[in-house]
Design a protein around this ligand. Structure first.
Ligand code: IMP
Length: 197
């Protein structure tokens, strides 16, 4: 039985990854940090999504497991890529405050300069230090106001140019097909399979 440890305690992420990995590799198990008795906080000190996902995945790897982690965020052209790796903590508040801050920073920015992308990087680190990493991106523009009730984070102001609607107006399946996370995960699984099969 091959054991992967996802460097997260987010149950939604763990069950999603569990379903995908076990369809790929019938004899595998996805554990959380809690499952292996790790209770520390991992500081995301990197400047890039690649660095942060590697920092997180290295923790289970240092304990003898295959560590897996993701890191994601929103990069806005007119803000030189901000909020980027700081997306979750952009305003110091929750999702509503983050969106409010983003819209106010972009107040005077015209439609044609409101391009943005969501980025997700998934990384696996093996106990011997070997690393497999995959990046997925979703492109769009930042609207002037929220549209739609689904999703989370910046979804209501992110108008996807793949879907021609915001991520908050999309069904979960529809979003997953074009999202940064869906794309990173598909590529990641392909690369991982090449590495371990
Ligand atoms: P993390 O990868 O869970 O640390 O997420 C980083 C932050 O980026 C989240 O808290 C959200 O603010 C933002 N983010 C990442 N992915 C999405 C998404 O699919 N929709 C909306 N916001 C997202």
């Amino acid at each position: 039985m091959m054991k992967f440890v996802l460097a997260s305690n987010n149950k939604k992420k763990i069950s999603e990854l569990c379903a995908i990995l076990s369809s790929l590799l019938p004899d595998c198990e996805v554990l959380s940090l809690g499952d292996i008795g790790y209770t520390g906080d991992i500081e995301e000190t990197g400047d890039t999504f690649e660095e942060n996902s590697k920092i997180k995945a290295s923790v289970p790897a240092s304990l003898g497991y295959i560590g897996i982690a993701d890191d994601s965020g929103l990069c806005v052209d007119a803000l030189d890529g901000a909020p980027g790796v700081h997306s979750a903590r952009y305003s110091g508040g929750g999702d509503a405050e983050n969106i409010k801050k983003l819209l106010s920073e972009l107040e005077d920015v015209p439609d044609e300069k409101r391009g943005a992308k969501f980025v997700c990087v998934m990384t696996a680190v093996f106990p011997d230090g070997k690393t497999v990493s995959a990046r997925g991106e979703a492109h769009g523009v930042i609207l002037h106001e929220k549209r739609g009730d689904d999703g989370f984070g910046y979804d209501p102001v992110f108008y996807s140019t793949d879907l021609n609607k915001t991520f908050a107006e999309a069904e979960p399946d529809e979003k997953n097909k074009v999202s940064h996370r869906g794309r990173a995960l598909a590529l990641f699984c392909e690369k991982l399979k090449g590495e371990i099969c």
